[in-house]
Design a protein around this ligand. Structure first.
Ligand SMILES: Cc1ncc(COP(=O)(O)O)c(C=O)c1O
Length: 373
């Protein structure tokens, strides 16, 4: 901060205060993970100055000697760590990454099928509030009364509407997805299966959550959630994806640039590279296992124990109003957040999930205090 302080003390002060807020607040959504100083250094580095339209060794400007090596290295790391055939590391974030996949494979009016937002899906999976449903016909599947995906119903819906892309991915569904079942459904109707692992990427790398790589054609992921990197995204293509359509890598590359984006943010790409490197360290497994405990609600007698008193204590201290706490089993509660409280998801039903243990709570819900400020 030594230079900002001199040049722009007003902004420096606000950044400092935000730093204090981050240090003193429970930030309970994956999108607010804390990247390492090494990742921050890469993102704040002089790579910020570089314009690099195109792809490694195929650019439109001079001076790409090192930048080409950087992007190629990060692509290589992504391919190795996820064991996929191809990686595009240029999408500016998760939403444009998903749109780039649709843009690559569909023509306007084609049908996509994803989990509805208020059942745990994401806006970009075809929500009526998102442009994805403006340009493409979106039919959404929902959860059953027991809060689970009913794969038979998903199959029946897919047979009925014949989507070109089925999206398996979650923003708020604290269960394991059955990637294989999704793949079988996609095969049955000859659709592409897009697995959006934005919330899960770090857990998958740390082997704390099943990988969709053997059971998908395309994978998208943000890089700033469980992966713990900078705000960015990647599009990955699996062996099955290349087998289904050998042109897929070319189509995705073209869709990202030049169809939807201009110059890549090389500083962010370098930050993704650092995060991927960090993800190969042994302690990353411990980190991802710890997070995955909250997802492991299906196993009775796991380390997690529901402790409602503790939950109430923390919520009182933090000024979070819980309108309704629904106990699913001893490991998991679904918390309906108060209408008064509001949340980052407030206009979408306010359902979030928090899992709890005696020693630690797992931070996957919304900081209402912050939302109220
Ligand atoms: C499953 C999923 N996909 C995509 C996104 C979009 O990511 P971004 O906010 O980086 O556009 C999110 C963000 O929460 C998400 O949860």
């Amino acid at each position: 901060m030594k230079y900002i302080k001199k040049v722009d003390p007003e902004l420096a002060d606000l950044i400092k205060k935000e730093g204090e807020r981050q240090a003193n607040t429970l930030m309970m959504i994956p999108s607010e993970n804390i990247a390492s100083y090494a990742v921050e250094e890469a993102v704040g580095s002089l790579l910020e100055n570089k314009y690099a339209e195109g792809y490694p060794y195929k650019r439109y400007y001079q001076g790409q000697k090192y930048v080409d090596k950087i992007e190629a290295l990060v692509i290589d790391r992504a391919k190795k760590i996820f064991k996929v055939e191809y990686a595009n590391v240029q999408p500016y974030s998760g939403s444009p990454a998903n749109f780039a996949v649709y843009n690559a494979l569909l023509t306007p009016g084609d049908t996509i099928m994803g989990l509805a937002l208020n059942f745990g899906g994401h806006l970009t999976h075809g929500s009526p509030a998102s442009a994805t449903s403006k340009y493409f016909k979106s039919v959404q599947y929902e959860l059953d009364n027991n809060g689970l995906i009913n794969y038979e119903k998903v199959l029946n819906l897919a047979k009925q509407i014949k989507p070109k892309i089925i999206i398996a991915g979650i923003t708020a569904y604290p269960r394991k997805l059955d990637w294989q079942k999704f793949f079988e459904i996609a095969e049955n109707v000859n659709a592409y299966l897009l697995c959006d692992i934005s919330h899960l990427a770090g857990l998958i790398i740390g082997k704390a959550y099943p990988s969709p790589v053997p059971y998908s054609h395309i994978i998208t992921t943000t890089t700033h959630k469980t992966l713990r990197g900078p705000r960015g995204a990647m599009i990955l293509i699996t062996k099955k994806g290349v087998e289904k359509d050998p042109e897929l890598p070319k189509k995705i590359d073209r869709s990202v640039f030049p169809q939807l984006q201009g110059g890549p943010h090389i500083n962010t790409i370098a930050g993704i590279g650092v995060a991927l490197k960090e993800a190969t360290k042994p302690n990353y497994k411990t980190y991802s296992k710890q997070i995955a405990l909250m997802l492991d609600a299906s196993k009775p007698g796991t380390i997690l124990k529901l402790n409602l008193n503790e939950l109430k204590e923390v919520s009182d201290k933090k000024g979070i109003a819980f309108e309704d706490v629904v106990k699913i089993n001893e490991n998991l509660v679904i918390v309906k957040l108060s209408d008064k409280g509001g949340s980052t998801y407030s206009f979408f039903n306010d359902i979030e999930v928090i899992a709890f243990s005696d020693e630690e709570y797992y931070i996957f819900t919304v900081d209402l205090k912050q939302a109220n400020e």
